[in-house]
Design a protein around this ligand. Structure first.
Ligand code: 5MY
Ligand code: ATP
Length: 468
């Protein structure tokens, strides 16, 4: 069923030619080529015992009867459309539409998906009632380019990045390196990764050309879950698919001459895409209050990140990360004083955001600062929780090569030029659903553990060095 107020209630039938696109911790994603959309289905924990299955079966029936999953999906979708889309920018995000899947269809899909899913993701199964459609960012819609007087390549390449946390509030500045870099050691210890990545999000978000290029090269070397490349919607490069990168750039640039130079050029193309302003209007220009969004700007300007061009996708993501000026320890302590439900803050925030023309950053920071009464304390956590979404979101840079030599000064925003040709570029940001309130505790604990793992590994390394 497509949930649109004017539509009659009916179930959404998944088109038969769906393709498994991938999955993260919370969602499985199918691409639906005919529709140019992806179907994102929420997952839930797989019961571990017979009793667990029985409980799940009963709660599924109750959830279904009372539409719990459907209400939760609608809540998250409204949060996405009302809060996250204006923050990130409509240009960089997709429209979304909730759909209802038939219970039998979900069961059948679960079985069909088995052969595509990685074993380490199989501890979760599909959840009934929670699915939505988004634009498929692995492609560029024909309407976006059929007005252009150029011949474009048939192939479309999409470079997916999960950039992670690019900035630390003052209270986290004492860590010797960034959270991502320390986390590498914990992941290695827990055998979640085989080799350490040299990628550093603070390099990527620095806006400094040399540091950004180093970050992109490090992602190519060790992609983990931070880099994936798709050709016409099919994964061609990623953590479990480390094909020869030279073949990929050869393919993207349709040129096989100087492969090393092509890799260098690819990194520049990615850097330029991440730092180009693809937006048409600046949303903060409409802010009358100019209190907290200005403050947010001052924080940005006082840090190295002001090197990121305004309204480029990285600047957008970083400025949302910067809404948390306190750090997880502060919020963890605040949370100790209260017994709160995980998702109440979402509805409370949606109740407050009624006027489309208000500045979202000012609203969020005002709520974060002024909500200390017992009834409104949930709202105090909002700057942190929204910042956390921006620290874990992903983006896709989608490219189509222009098959002819065009003049450099075309002034078309979404055309990026390289020494090996011009590209039509589109950028989409996704994974912008709310995080549960108690993820704050998880982050505090994670920060402690990653710091410990970092110290353990680096002191071991330095004692080995000393022995030499
Ligand atoms: O805590 P982190 O930094 O490890 O991030 C988690 C991610 O791990 P990563 O380090 O990127 O491999 C994790 O990704 P993976 O499952 O490792 O691919 C999720 O994105 C998780 O978010 P959520 O539980 O799905 O809402 C992420 O949790 P949140 O931090 O967003 O709560
Ligand atoms: N709008 C989109 N267009 C194209 N591909 C998408 C889109 N949304 C998601 N995907 C693909 O599906 C995969 C899983 O989606 P997503 O990252 O939203 O899952 P998740 O479980 O919420 O992830 P995480 O573990 O990071 O929280 C992505 O890695 C990406 O390859």
């Amino acid at each position: 069923m497509l949930l649109n107020e004017t539509e009659p209630s009916q179930y959404f039938e998944i088109p038969p030619n769906w393709i498994y696109r991938g999955e993260g911790n919370c969602n499985v994603v199918l691409s639906l080529p005919q529709l140019g959309k992806i179907l994102r289905i929420r997952k839930t924990g797989r019961p571990k015992s017979f009793i667990g299955w029985l409980v799940k079966w009963l709660s599924d029936i109750l959830d279904w009867l009372y539409g719990k999953g459907i209400t939760e999906e609608l809540r998250d979708l409204q949060f996405y459309s009302t809060v996250m889309r204006p923050l990130v920018g409509r240009k960089y995000t997709s429209e979304a539409c909730q759909v209802i899947l038939n219970k039998t269809e979900v069961n059948t899909l679960e079985n069909q998906l088995h052969k595509y899913r990685s074993d380490f993701r199989k501890h979760k199964i599909l959840q009934y009632g929670r699915a939505s459609l988004f634009d498929d960012f692995a492609f560029i819609p024909e309407n976006d380019y059929n007005y252009l007087p150029f011949i474009l390549s048939d192939d479309t390449f999409a470079i997916e990045l999960k950039p992670k946390q690019g900035w630390r509030p003052l209270s986290e500045k004492h860590f010797p390196v960034c959270i991502y870099c320390m986390h590498q050691y914990l992941k290695l210890e827990k055998k979640k990764i085989k080799v350490l990545s040299k990628y550093c999000p603070e390099d990527l978000f620095s806006g400094n050309e040399g540091r950004m290029l180093r970050a992109i090269k490090s992602l190519i070397e060790v992609p983990q879950n931070n880099l994936r490349i798709f050709k016409n919607g099919n994964l061609i490069y990623g953590d479990h698919l480390k094909t020869n990168f030279s073949n990929i750039v050869e393919n993207i640039f349709d040129n096989g001459e100087n492969l090393e130079q092509l890799i260098e050029e690819f990194c520049h193309l990615i850097r330029k895409s991440l730092t180009t302003n693809f937006m048409n209007v600046d949303s903060t220009e409409h802010c009358e209050e100019k209190t907290f969004c200005e403050w947010n700007k001052i924080i940005q300007e006082s840090s190295a990140s002001n090197a990121l061009p305004k309204n480029s996708v990285l600047e957008k993501i970083l400025s949302i990360q910067m809404l948390d000026t306190e750090g997880s320890d502060y919020y963890c302590k605040l949370l100790q004083k209260a017994q709160l439900e995980d998702w109440n803050y979402v509805d409370m925030l949606l109740d407050k955001v009624t006027n489309e023309h208000i500045c979202m950053k000012c609203t969020i920071m005002n709520l974060g600062n002024n909500s200390r009464s017992e009834q409104e304390i949930d709202l105090a956590f909002i700057p942190y929780l929204i910042s956390a979404i921006a620290k874990d979101c992903s983006l896709m840079i989608t490219l189509k090569r222009i098959q002819e030599d065009i003049s450099d000064n075309l002034e078309i925003k979404n055309i990026i030029s390289t020494n090996y040709g011009h590209f039509l570029v589109n950028i989409g940001v996704f994974d912008l659903y709310p995080k549960r309130l108690t993820s704050i505790r998880k982050h505090c604990q994670r920060n402690k553990e990653v710091y410990k793992a970092y110290l353990k590994a680096t002191s071991r390394l330095s004692s080995i060095e000393n022995l030499k």
